[in-house]
Ligand binder design. Structure first.
Ligand code: GTP
Ligand code: MG
Length: 442
């Protein structure tokens, strides 16, 4: 099971029903306002990320044998591309639509093999290669370009960069913008002593990876750091896991990041971090299928966290309400859909029963035969207190706590007293934060 668009559509319909019930007693102006703010906001996000989701489109360039196919296999978390040492004879681009059975996902991947083999900056073949790549990129419109370079060969690749820059120049002129481009340094396990692996166990290995990254950035790419461009480690405190370029990427030869990996089957390293980074750069509509296909719990959990943040922000939007809306229950449809969405991201069925199961798990005693509305009321009472007046801050914080709780329940199997304890703890933190903010405002 995974997120199924059809199932989501059904739930959205149900949510509309719940919404109408919850707001039935409100004046029509308030109803309209909430319909637009809350329901409209939720439906827009669900549409963008889920019901209108589409396959991500990745485009790989790089020399033969540098690990493009291995990289695709490592990212997809299975064997989909042929790995080998056969030399390509033509610079033809091969495109695949990879369908992930049972995961409601597919990817479009293009592998422009051999581009650099047949080209030199002076040769006529460069013109052909540029034309070909331009045509392919215009046709495929990739979301992300991955430039795959073997870390063991970076010292022999200056020629490639001259060619790459030429191509980039042409593309920018023709397309206006270049797709976000990430340099992926493969085979870092082969730097230094290949037996010293993984880097976590060998500080020397980390040092060599850092040196290669520096060499690449300073001497090959010839990046110019300054006020308008900065390098931020992909993982704080672990520069060997690569850098993200912030600011003017043109000053870093157009790369938005440079990430070292090991893509050798069985020895994967830094792949999940690379994947997270790619996911953060994809358009909203391509994110779900990109993550879902990989069957990586960590990635889906992060995606769920992102949804919690988005939904909390929508809940906070009622602060702009032109009339006092005191009933916290107006948030029910929003929180209901959030819980349902998190459940299905964790590969559970997206249904009312699943939502109710979570709500019941938030209680220490099992509540049988209590309606959904009552369950919510109880849950809200625990955190917000009876008769609380809904403010933007409370709406956002309450939604965030409920979403976080759903992540713990569906992804980590935490339930009962422990679940409640954790939720109360983060709720207390949120209250403290809110108080601080009010104090600072004077
Ligand atoms: N040690 C190590 N070997 C790797 C890594 N990535 C790929 N390889 C090996 O390098 C060889 C070539 O890898 P491929 O993935 O086929 O390279 P490719 O870029 O797709 O090559 P072409 O299809 O010919 O363009 C294979 O033997 C892989 O097992 C890596 O990160 N570490
Ligand atoms: Mg290949």
């Amino acid at each position: 099971m995974a997120v199924n668009k059809e199932e989501v559509r059904e739930v959205v319909e149900k949510i509309e029903g719940v919404f109408d019930k919850v707001t039935a007693a409100l004046p029509s102006k308030a109803k309209e306002f909430l319909r637009e703010k809350i329901l409209g906001g939720v439906i827009k996000e669900i549409k963008e990320y889920v019901t209108e989701s589409r396959p991500p489109s990745l485009f790989l360039i790089g020399r033969s044998g540098h690990g493009k196919s291995s990289l695709i296999n490592s990212l997809t978390n299975r064997e989909v591309a042929e790995v080998g040492d056969v030399k390509p004879t033509t610079p033809e681009t091969r495109c695949y639509n990879i369908v992930f059975e049972g995961l409601y996902s597919s990817w479009n991947v293009c592998d422009s093999r051999g581009l650099f083999e047949t080209t030199t900056p002076e040769g006529a073949s460069l013109e052909n290669a540029k034309e070909r790549l331009k045509k392919d990129l215009v046709e495929k419109k990739p979301d992300i370009l991955l430039h795959v370079v073997s870390a063991t060969e970076v010292r022999n690749l200056e020629q490639d960069f001259i060619v790459y820059k030429e191509i980039q120049h042409v593309l920018e002129k023709e397309l206006g913008v270049l797709p976000p481009t990430i340099m992926v340094l493969t085979k870092v396990d082969h730097l230094g002593n290949p037996r010293e692996w993984p880097p976590e166990e060998y500080p020397e290995k980390k040092k060599i990876i850092r040196e290669v990254l520096d060499y690449m950035l300073c001497d090959v790419i010839k990046g110019k750091l300054g006020e308008d461009v900065n390098l931020v480690p992909l993982v704080a405190g672990e520069p060997e896991r690569g850098y993200v370029v912030e600011g003017k990427v043109e000053k870093m030869a157009g790369y938005i990041g440079i990430i070292p990996v090991c893509a050798l089957a069985g020895e994967w390293w830094n792949i999940e971090k690379l994947s997270e980074f790619i996911g953060s750069k994809l358009p909203a509509s391509a994110v779900l299928q990109f993550f879902q296909a990989q069957r990586r719990k960590g990635l889906m959990k992060k995606f769920a966290g992102k949804m919690v943040n988005i939904f909390s922000r929508i809940a906070g939007g009622i602060g702009a309400s032109p009339m006092p809306i005191s009933d916290i229950m107006v948030l029910l449809p929003l929180q209901y859909s959030l819980i349902a969405l998190i459940a299905s991201l964790s590969c559970r069925k997206m249904s009312q029963e699943t939502v109710e199961e979570f709500l019941a798990a938030c209680r220490t005693t099992t509540l049988v035969g209590i309606g959904l509305r009552e369950l919510f009321r109880q849950l809200i009472k625990i955190f917000i207190g009876p008769g609380a007046v809904l403010s933007a801050a409370i709406a956002a914080a309450g939604t965030w706590v409920i979403g976080q709780g759903a992540i713990w329940y569906f992804f980590d199997g935490i339930t009962g007293k422990e679940l409640l304890r954790r939720m109360k703890e983060i709720w207390k933190e949120k209250i403290k934060e809110m108080k601080e903010r009010f104090k600072n405002k004077g």
